[in-house]
Design a protein around this ligand. Structure first.
Ligand SMILES: Cc1cc2nc3c(=O)[nH]c(=O)nc-3n(C[C@H](O)[C@H](O)[C@H](O)COP(=O)(O)O)c2cc1C
Length: 348
């Protein structure tokens, strides 16, 4: 394992940043306190909302932690398709007695404002999703003493991450829950993702920087496998989504192990970008024709997803989950880190 990463997290266990209220400061603190690396998710938050969470987390732990940012997104190639999708979702809006959101609610997720906060008040680690930051941004963070990571879903993307000057790359396999961090979303490539073990081995041979493996990891034995394949640490999302401190909706947590949800699928139904979720009614009905339009579709469906959650209807929620969801364990997050570390030790 890379020595800098070992210093940041004694156990090679990174809790994935999970936007949408899952990766709350209590979760990140519990993971970091147990010797893993806890993460906050700045995605969909304002810069001030992110800053408040950082302050709260600093009050809970003095251990290193990370903050995750989304890259600004280019214009949607087919804006008309968003209008058509809105029309197709009209029945959902009346069913949940709400309005559709405004698809034009912004495409940069407050990137510059969030970076300004993170340069003024540096945090130990920053990771990026949905693209590669500029060399200037990565250099400025390094000068501020921040360790940087960028998600890649192919060996080519990993090389771009290294060339831009990031300190480490997250190799995200197609098994991963939530959004694929593909750098450029190309329509009709939804199902072409690379499996994690194959990806880690390819990325290891393509770059010299540390590699963090993400996707479908639920047990210490799997962490041992990705370390053996060339990774320096593992990033787990779904496993921590089920933890006591996770801010996930109780229906979302319960659905992970509910036999009603037999499988996951990559879908554009909720956000317009491929993301892995448990197959439910909304995904089944709208996934087949949802357009490649992120974050337009995310904004459009946000009130629907909130209304479904308020109504206690998991069939209308985005139940993000990785392929290992059935192996989720509802434990305090610190205990989960310790258990994963013990399983890893036993497997080595
Ligand atoms: C509910 C949920 C939300 C996520 N949100 C983010 C996010 O905000 N930023 C990010 O970089 N990755 C996000 N991810 C992806 C994770 O970083 C990671 O790639 C994934 O969880 C790994 O697969 P696993 O869930 O099977 O462990 C999310 C994943 C889930 C399950």
């Amino acid at each position: 394992m890379s020595s800098v990463l070992t210093e940041i997290c004694p156990h090679p266990v990174v809790q994935a940043p999970m936007a949408g209220g899952v990766a709350v400061p209590q979760l990140a603190a519990a993971v970091s306190e147990a010797g893993g690396l806890g993460f906050l998710a700045a995605g969909y938050k304002t810069a001030d909302g992110m800053y408040q969470e950082i302050k709260q987390l600093r009050g809970l732990t003095s251990r290193p932690f990370g903050v995750n940012l989304f890259l600004p997104q280019p214009e949607t190639p087919d804006a008309a398709a968003v209008g058509v999708y809105a029309h197709q979702l009209a029945g959902e809006a009346s069913w949940y007695e709400t309005e559709l959101g405004d698809a034009d609610s912004g495409r940069d997720d407050g990137y510059d404002a969030k970076l300004a906060v993170l340069l003024d008040n540096p945090v130990p680690v920053v990771s990026f999703h949905f693209g590669v930051p500029s060399r200037e941004v990565l250099d400025a963070l390094r000068r501020a003493g921040t360790f940087t990571l960028v998600t890649a879903t192919t060996a080519e993307e990993a090389r771009a991450v290294e060339q831009a000057g990031a300190d480490a790359v997250i190799a995200q396999g197609v098994e991963a829950g939530g959004h694929q961090g593909t750098h450029r979303d190309v329509p009709d490539t939804d199902r072409s993702g690379v499996g994690l073990l194959s990806l880690v081995a390819q990325v290891r041979e393509s770059v010299g920087i540390p590699v963090v493996a993400a996707g479908g990891i639920m047990r210490g034995g799997q962490i041992a496998a990705v370390l053996a394949a060339g990774a320096d640490a593992a990033q787990l999302g779904t496993a921590f989504l089920a933890a006591h401190e996770s801010g996930a909706h109780s229906l979302h947590k319960r659905a992970l192990t509910d036999p009603l949800y037999a499988r996951t699928e990559l879908t554009r139904a909720f956000s317009g970008r491929p993301a892995r979720a448990l197959v439910n009614r909304f995904l089944r009905e709208h996934g087949p024709y949802a357009p490649a339009a992120y974050p337009d579709v995310h904004h459009l469906t946000a009130p629907l997803r909130k209304a479904a959650a308020r109504a206690g209807d998991a069939q209308g929620m985005a139940l993000w989950a990785g392929q290992g969801h059935r192996m989720a364990r509802e434990l305090p997050a610190g205990q989960l880190v310790e258990l994963l570390a013990a399983e890893l030790e036993a497997a080595r």
